[in-house]
Design a protein around this ligand. Structure first.
Ligand SMILES: [Zn+2]
Ligand SMILES: [Zn+2]
Length: 149
């Protein structure tokens, strides 16, 4: 596990005056270590390895905290979670590329895209709380594997 990353998260929590409890920390580490997006159920099973008494609310509360702090993103279309690639910044919307073969998720941040969405939404006097921008398909690695077989 990338100690630097954890240290960064701990520093941000200290600055914001919020607590990275051992459970929150463990859930975050698991999400970072998992190669593909993690579901709450998978995280619970993995958490039980170190905390046999972990219950679903333990995981949900940790996920809520991590989402709230912008350390992770929810992949809405698969109801799973990935770590944010630039969590030093405040909450942001991102465009997720989701590979249906290996489950890998790439986070893109395109300010122009978000600005366009915001201006479209504004035209309707709509108060948005969330944008979901997710593309499904095959990642470069998986499609190159296909080409060679
Ligand atoms: Zn992000
Ligand atoms: Zn893939």
């Amino acid at each position: 596990m990338n100690q630097q990353l954890i240290q960064q998260v701990e520093d941000i929590c200290a600055t914001r005056g919020v607590r990275l409890t051992p459970q929150r920390r463990s859930v975050f580490v698991l999400i970072c270590e998992n190669k593909k997006a993690s579901s709450a159920y998978e995280l619970l099973e993995q958490l039980k390895a170190s905390e046999p008494k972990a219950k679903p609310p333990t995981v949900y509360r940790a996920l809520d905290f991590l989402l709230e702090q912008g350390f992770i993103h929810r992949v809405e279309s698969t109801n799973s979670f990935v770590s944010c690639c630039s969590f030093g910044e405040h909450k942001h919307f991102s465009h997720l590329l989701i590979c249906d073969k290996c489950g890998n998720v790439v986070e893109l941040q395109d300010d122009n895209l978000i600005a366009l969405l915001n201006s479209n939404v504004d035209k309707y006097g709509f108060q948005y709380s969330n944008h979901v921008i997710e593309s499904h398909g095959t990642c470069q690695t998986c499609s190159s594997l296909e080409d060679h077989t």
